[in-house]
Design a protein around this ligand. Structure first.
Ligand code: 0WD
Length: 257
């Protein structure tokens, strides 16, 4: 029996088979969780439906986090399926305009680019947690988001996304503080670089993968399976004492000076 048996998990952010969210869905399914998946737009719908078939997920809902109406509709519909609530919310969503995630930080900086990165990549975690709150309350559930080292270090090219990830990590801690008394834990995984659609927008990403592999103590890159397994653990009762934490799944890269 898997350690997520009896848990219901809503997973956002599947955009392709390579998506980190796909690795998380696979691991949570393998550990016995019942899944619901969301897709950002019609272009991604059939891919997410394929994933739903693979993982036996009966619920597939549209969710573009830039729309308050879609957030409301998503949780209203989820409540019709899972009438007694659900246990796990996985936030795997980030976006910044491409010109703002490469080269000189100030060259790509505009008021609008900064705001979009914050809105889609950080505010959306709080917005989803707020919408999910009545359905997750009192179930010993867990919320999980995905962050990156650029939140705490100034890394070449990551730019406004680094600022948004710092905001995301802080948002995660405030959620942990306020949802803890209701029994909901909130955590983040800081993943090493993985080649996904979102990552291909970051300047010089391929070069970064090589440098990462050479410097990381485990001398290898990270896979979506690595992240998926840690996500399954953090959202399970095995991690009942962990909240407000950033767990590094990065082959040790962040400890190297
Ligand atoms: O190296 C990496 N790939 C790392 C990713 C290292 C550390 C952290 N992360 C984070 C990302 O910043 C993100 O928060 O992991 C999370 C998942 O990213 P991913 O798996 O690397 O990327 P991807 O497969 O592209 O999924 C991200 C998805 C979007 O994909 P695209 O590429 O189409 O923008 O986030 C979703 C979308 O499906 N997304 C949205 N979903 C709902 N509403 C929105 C939106 N407005 N915007 C983007």
């Amino acid at each position: 029996m898997g350690f997520l048996q009896g848990k219901r998990a809503l997973i956002t952010g599947i955009a392709s088979q390579r998506s980190i969210a796909n690795g998380i869905a696979e691991a949570m399914h393998r550990q016995g969780a019942e899944l619901a998946l969301t897709y950002q737009n019609d272009k991604l719908r059939s891919r997410v439906e394929d994933a739903a078939t693979e993982y036996g997920a009966k619920i597939v809902l549209p969710l573009d986090v830039s729309s308050d109406a879609q957030i409301d509709a998503c949780f209203a519909e989820l409540g019709q399926h899972w009438t007694e609530g659900f246990d796990i919310l996985v936030h795997c969503i980030a976006y910044a305009p491409r010109e703002a995630i490469g080269g000189d930080f100030l060259d790509g900086l505009t008021r609008e680019n900064f705001a979009i990165a914050q809105d889609i990549s950080a505010y959306s975690l709080a917005a989803l947690a707020k919408a999910a709150r009545p359905q997750m309350r009192g179930r010993n559930g867990a919320i999980l988001t995905l962050t990156y080292l650029g939140a705490i270090r100034a890394l070449q090219n990551y730019n406004v996304m680094g600022v948004a990830k710092a905001s995301l990590e802080s948002t995660m801690r405030y959620l942990a503080l306020n949802l803890g008394p209701e029994g909901t834990r909130v955590n983040a995984i800081s993943a090493g670089p993985i080649k996904t659609l979102a990552a291909s927008g970051v300047g010089n990403f391929r070069k970064m993968l090589g440098q990462f592999e050479a410097a990381a103590p485990l001398r290898r890159n990270i896979t979506i399976e690595d992240v998926g397994n840690t996500a399954a653990f953090l959202c399970s009762d095995l991690a009942a004492g962990i909240t407000g934490e950033v767990t590094y799944v990065d082959a040790g890269f962040s400890i190297v000076g």
